[in-house]
Design a binder for this molecule. Structure first.
Ligand SMILES: Nc1nc2c(ncn2[C@@H]2O[C@H](COP(=O)(O)OP(=O)(O)OP(=O)(O)O)[C@@H](O)[C@H]2O)c(=O)[nH]1
Ligand SMILES: [Mg+2]
Ligand SMILES: [Zn+2]
Length: 295
């Protein structure tokens, strides 16, 4: 991959109506090009994708797969400690979709400079430890103040990674901090809604100063499930898996059944309630065929 850019059109057959995906070509695709005499190109082939970050498409295309990035080594879900408030439901759905697509994932919590009190910092550390205990690397950073950026840089080095999350969490700011030369546009948080203002409008791949690439993406209002089988959902909650043999019923859904080892563990404080809430919210949505958009 070089930094040369070629303006391309996409051959019509990739735009067939009835496609299950929202976009014919996505960031990270390896493509075959035919060059025109004027230096523009035509995409005539798209190589099979591996390790994609996918969510259920929203809006007009609802029900289709929105492939956010293809052929990436690692996906990072980005949240802010605050402004906008941290959304563990979003994180958990993201982690399920990554696992379902064999994509290694981790969590970046930005704006730790806003965690002013000792209590806030302790809660943040506890949350980070919880996700790390599940096998997801966690990076606590302040992209604005440069805190935690060295460790993050090390984790990203030499790989192609994607960052995704709600608008305003600081995805573009962190990329600018990693590679100052890029000077990408960032946006203020709206005073009216406390949310980001959807500053980044399309996904794009950027070289990192230390080697590797990072895909910046537009803020997502929701992260809906697609392609997840209701019967497999528990497999994507690694901390539930060892408890399942102790449930009274072999087909326990860990919802209403008596003698459920997962529910017991929640009651005893051994499982994080937010994770169990996320699980139930996904379970109900999958039953309704709605893919759990959970805002
Ligand atoms: N306090 C604080 N503010 C930050 C930090 N990082 C980013 N911000 C601010 O958060 C706002 C949003 O930053 P962006 O980088 O545009 O957020 P984004 O996630 O790219 O948003 P979209 O492109 O809309 O998805 C800007 O005003 C940034 O200055 C941080 O570490 N601390
Ligand atoms: Mg942005
Ligand atoms: Zn159970």
């Amino acid at each position: 991959m070089g930094d040369d850019r070629i303006a391309c059109t996409v051959r019509g057959k990739f735009r067939l109506a009835g496609s299950r995906e929202t976009n014919p070509v996505v960031v990270g695709d390896n493509v075959d090009l035919l060059m025109n005499e004027d230096g523009t190109g035509v995409i005539v082939g798209i190589e099979p994708r591996v390790r994609c970050l996918i969510r259920r498409a929203a809006g007009r295309q609802i029900g289709k797969s929105h492939v956010i990035a293809a052929n990436v080594d690692h996906a990072w879900v980005v949240q802010a400690f605050d402004e906008p408030p941290l959304n563990t439901g979003f994180v958990d759905r993201f982690l399920v979709m990554a696992a379902c697509n064999d994509l290694p994932a981790g969590l970046i919590i930005n704006k730790v400079d806003l965690a002013g009190s000792r209590k806030a910092r302790a809660e943040l550390k506890q949350l980070a430890r919880m996700y790390e205990s599940l096998g997801y690397p966690v990076r606590l950073i302040s992209a604005k103040e440069g805190k935690g950026m060295r460790a993050l840089k090390k984790s990203l080095k030499g790989q192609t990674c994607v960052v995704a999350g709600p608008s305003g969490v600081g995805k573009t700011t962190l990329l600018n901090t990693l590679s100052p030369g890029l000077d990408l546009r960032t946006g203020e948080i709206s005073h009216a809604t406390g949310k980001g203002t959807h500053t980044t409008t399309f996904a794009s791949l950027h070289p990192l100063a230390g080697g590797g690439y990072l895909v910046d993406t537009p803020g997502l209002r929701e992260f809906g499930l697609i392609g997840v089988d209701e019967g497999n959902l528990t497999h994507y909650f690694p901390e539930f898996v060892p408890l399942i043999p102790d449930c009274r019923f072999p087909n326990c859904t860990h919802d209403h059944e008596p003698g459920c080892a997962v529910k017991d563990a929640v009651d005893e404080g051994q499982l994080q309630i937010s994770r169990y809430d996320s699980y139930l919210s996904m379970l109900y949505a999958l039953r309704l065929g709605a893919g759990d958009v959970g805002r």
